[in-house]
Write a protein that binds this ligand. Structure first.
Ligand code: ATP
Length: 246
């Protein structure tokens, strides 16, 4: 497309424990309105790449980021994570983190950063519009929701921050194929209707390539392949070499 670049990683490296190079010069681009997947096997460096963007790496714990990350025309440098949320970067962590002892609505309230009651209600209703199952489960504590419903709530919490970029780490993990299809379809609709860019991290390449336009494949900390979803779907190497077969 010709939309402006929203996120650009140039030669990003992340070191853990001061010595272990988990990603080794990752470069990628996401344009406004794009829906892009980052695919790869367990341990390839997908989660680390997302953390470098959302700022969840801690130099004081020996987690060092090198290279450049630019978002909406700004160099993120060492900007703290909360400021990145404010700029419009939302990161839904692997394992659907929700407050299990709170109801879905209380979870959404807790995720809203602003002070405008009317805006809160608009955002909440947008979330309920995309995920009507959450309305049905409004009175249950989130801990009693199914895995798929908790994933929906985790995404809903991210939407409450009004992101320009929604980053999702393995939303399909542990869900039935039917639920994966439902959630991926909703994410695609959000991408189109809200013109929200999406970066989807997935081991489930087949499902991801059915919803994104473009994908990158990461292996041992490096981007080893990139292209349109249509092209990558036809590429036999993807399954065999980079995604742990099947
Ligand atoms: P997964 O799906 O398992 O999360 P991934 O592709 O997201 O896989 P990462 O979690 O980014 O991979 O991990 C990349 C490499 O960095 C792996 O070898 C992993 O063991 C290592 N690693 C991840 N987190 C840390 C950490 N906090 N300290 C040290 N090494 C880490």
């Amino acid at each position: 497309g010709t939309a402006p670049v929203l996120l650009r990683l140039s030669n990003v490296e992340v070191v853990y424990d001061k010595v272990f190079l988990a990603i080794k010069g990752v470069s990628l681009e996401i344009r406004e309105g794009d829906m892009v997947a980052l695919l790869g096997a367990n341990g390839a460096g997908k989660s680390t790449t997302l953390k470098s963007v959302s700022g969840l790496l801690a130099p004081e714990r020996g987690e060092v980021t090198r290279g450049h990350i630019e978002f909406a025309g700004r160099d993120l440098g060492t900007m703290p994570a909360p400021q990145r949320v404010h700029l419009g970067i939302a990161h839904v962590l692997e394992g659907r983190r929700v407050f299990g002892h709170l109801t879905p609505e209380e979870n959404l309230i807790a995720a809203y950063r602003g002070r405008d009651q009317r805006r809160y209600l608009q955002l909440r209703d947008m979330v309920y519009g995309y995920f009507p199952r959450l309305v049905e489960r409004a009175k249950s504590k989130a801990g009693y929701l199914s895995g798929g419903e908790q994933q929906m709530l985790a995404i809903g919490r991210a939407l409450m921050t009004e992101p320009k970029l929604l980053m999702l780490d393995e939303p399909s993990l542990g869900l039935s194929p039917l639920f994966v299809k439902e959630i991926f379809g909703i994410i695609r609709t959000i991408n189109e209707k809200e013109r929200m860019s999406v970066l989807l991290v997935e081991q489930n390449a087949v499902a991801a390539l059915n919803v994104v336009q473009h994908a990158y494949v990461v292996d041992q900390g490096r981007i080893v392949m990139e292209g349109s979803a249509a092209l990558l779907r036809q590429n036999p190497d993807i399954q065999e070499f980079y995604l742990g077969g099947s």
